[in-house]
Design a protein around this ligand. Structure first.
Ligand code: TRP
Length: 337
C-alpha cells in the first residue's frame, strides 16, 4: 500500500529545545515509519521576520539539520530539505496570492497573535508589518501542496494556517479544475511543554529553554533554579508534586523512579535539592544518545551537507512535478513538453 505523504516544517531560528522535542520532533520520528515524510527547514519563512538577520538564519539551517538528525530523523526513511533551494515553492506562492484576500490574512488568528507579539519589529500600530510577513500563510500553503502533502503534523497554534491552506486549495480547484490535494492537520499528542520557571510555554524568547545540546553545567544551572512547591519551606516538609516543575520534568523525561519521587515528595522524605540533583542526572542520561549523535555529525559536516543536498534534490523533483500540473491547470504551460 502507498504511504500517505507528510509535509511539515520548522523555522531555523535557533537550536532545538525540549519543547520542540516533546511537542513535535519525537512525533515526527515515529511518523517516519508509517508515512512518506518530508521535513522542511523553512528558511524562507524564517526570513519573513528575520530578513535583517540573514546570518542567524543561515547558521541555524545546519544547526537544525544536525538537531533533527540527532533526534532520529532518518534520511533513509524521510526527505529533509531546505526551503529556499526549491524555487517552485516561491512560484506557487505567487499564484496562490491571487486567491487570498488581505482581509482574510489579517483575520488569521496565528498571524494576528504573532503581529501582536512582534511589536518590537513592527511597532505598536502595526503599520510596518511587511507584506511578506502577513503573507506567510500563503507561502506555507505552497510548502504543503508543492509536495502534495496529505497530513501536516503541527501544534495547535498552526491550525489556522492549515485551515487557510485548505481554503486556498478549494479555491484553486474550483477555478482551475481539480488539481491539488487538500491536506489535513495532525495534532501531536504532546501539546505545549511548560518551562522550569512555571511558564506555560518553553521558548527561547522566554529565556526558559533547555536545549538538546546543553552541557551538564547549563542543565545544572537551569534545574537548580526551577520552581518548586512554594509551600515547602524546609527540606522535610511534605509537598505537592502537582505544583512542582521539577516533578513535571521527572515525568516528562520518563524517570523510571517516578513513583518514588512522587511518594517521597508527598511524605516529606525528599528534599528539593536532592530531587533536582536526581533530575540533572536523569536529564543528562536522557540527552546522551542525542548528544552523542550530535557530536558525530559535528565531526562529519560533509555527511550533513550530503543529506541536505540529496533530500533537497528529491523534494525538488516532486515540486517540479506538481508545478507541471499547476501550470497546465492555470493555462500557463507554454512550450512545456
Ligand atoms: N510555521 C511553522 C512553525 O512556525 C513552520 C512551517 C513552515 C510549517 N512550513 C510549514 C509547518 C509547512 C507545517 C507545514 O512552526
Amino acid at each position: 500500500m502507498e504511504q500517505k505523504i507528510i509535509l511539515t516544517g520548522i523555522r531555523p531560528t535557533g537550536k532545538l529545545h525540549l519543547g520542540h522535542y516533546f511537542g513535535a520532533i519525537q512525533n515526527w520520528v515515529k511518523l517516519q515509519d508509517e508515512y512518506n515524510s518530508h521535513f522542511e527547514i523553512a528558511d524562507v519563512q524564517a526570513l519573513t521576520d528575520n530578513f535583517d538577520n540573514p546570518k542567524k538564519v543561515r547558521e541555524n539551517v545546519r544547526e537544525i539539520a544536525i538537531d533533527l538528525l540527532s533526534c532520529g530523523i532518518d534520511p533513509n526513511k524521510s526527505t529533509l530539505f531546505i526551503q529556499s533551494m526549491i524555487p517552485e515553492i516561491a512560484e506557487l506562492t505567487v499564484y496562490y496570492s491571487n486567491l487570498v484576500t488581505m482581509a482574510r490574512l489579517y483575520r488569521n488568528p496565528t498571524v494576528k497573535t504573532e503581529i501582536g507579539q512582534k511589536k518590537a519589529i513592527f511597532g505598536n500600530s502595526g503599520e510596518s508589518v511587511t507584506y511578506g510577513f502577513v503573507g506567510y500563510p500563503v507561502s506555507q500553503a505552497a510548502d504543503i501542496t508543492a509536495f502534495e502533502g496529505e497530513c501536516v503534523p503541527v501544534g495547535e497554534d498552526q491550525l489556522p494556517l492549515i485551515e487557510q491552506c485548505r481554503e486556498i486549495v478549494r479555491k484553486f480547484n474550483s477555478i482551475y479544475g481539480e488539481t491539488l490535494k487538500e491536506p489535513v492537520a495532525v495534532l501531536s499528542d504532546n501539546k505545549r511543554i511548560k518551562g522550569l520557571d512555571g511558564n506555560e510555554k518553553m521558548g527561547k524568547s522566554l529565556g526558559n529553554a533547555i536545549y538538546l545540546a546543553d552541557t551538564e553545567d547549563e542543565i545544572k544551572n537551569k534545574v537548580m533554579s526551577a520552581v518548586t512547591d512554594p509551600k515547602k519551606i524546609k527540606k522535610d516538609d511534605p509537598a505537592n508534586p502537582k505544583v512542582c516543575m521539577v516533578y513535571y520534568y521527572h515525568k516528562l523525561i520518563k524517570n523510571d523512579n517516578i513513583n518514588t519521587v512522587c511518594s517521597e515528595c508527598k511524605n516529606g522524605t525528599r528534599g528539593c535539592v536532592a530531587c533536582k540533583k536526581e533530575l540533572i542526572t536523569k536529564m543528562m542520561e536522557f540527552l546522551k544518545p542525542i548528544q552523542d549523535k550530535r557530536k558525530y555529525y559535528e565531526q562529519h559536516l560533509d555527511e550533513v551537507d550530503q543529506i541536505l543536498i540529496s533530500g533537497t534534490n528529491n523534494a525538488r523533483a516532486k515540486a517540479k512535478a506538481t508545478m507541471k500540473k499547476v501550470r497546465k491547470s492555470m493555462q500557463i504551460d507554454y512550450y512545456e513538453e
